[in-house]
Design a protein. Structure first.
Length: 151
């Protein structure tokens, strides 16, 4: 995974995932937040990252997210939902909210992302059949939106 080639925006070309995070190069990611409405209450769904993840293990994160490799476009990022949650969706199932720049700098880890952010509205009063295919995701937690906003 560290050798995965990512498109970089600091200059034309590509760099490995490891190099991107070591040098702090701008690269693209796909983010998809799942929202549900249950009995009139709105919830936002978070993934619990797996215990063996290199970065931010056992922490809450975006419902489904990941890097876009150098040969992918934003629409290809929908594959992350299937890979992490076992749910097949298409880009037409999602609402594109735009892109944001995000920077995380912790010691020698410099993550500079151009995040393409989507929302998936889960059909009312249903629960997705999450299937965790590998060790990337351990569980899903939902938090009522007003409670999350207070955080």
């Amino acid at each position: 995974m560290e050798n995965e080639l990512l498109k970089v925006f600091d200059s034309e070309g590509t760099a490995s995932r490891a190099e991107v995070h070591k040098r702090g190069l701008w690269h693209e990611t796909f983010h998809c937040w799942f929202l549900s409405k249950e009995d009139g209450r709105i919830f936002i769904h978070f993934q619990l990252r797996g215990p063996d993840k290199k970065n931010f293990a056992n922490m809450l994160d975006i419902t489904a997210a990941g890097h876009l490799s150098s040969d992918e476009s934003v629409k290809d990022g929908v594959r992350e939902i299937k890979e992490e949650l076992g749910i097949s969706l298409t880009l037409n199932d999602l609402i594109y909210t735009g892109s944001v720049q995000d920077e995380i700098i912790i010691d020698d880890f410099i993550d500079k992302e151009l995040c393409h952010v989507f929302i998936y509205k889960i059909p009312e009063n249903t629960t997705p059949d999450y299937v965790f295919i590998d060790d990337e995701v351990s569980d899903i937690f939902k938090i009522e939106l007003p409670v999350f906003e207070k955080l």
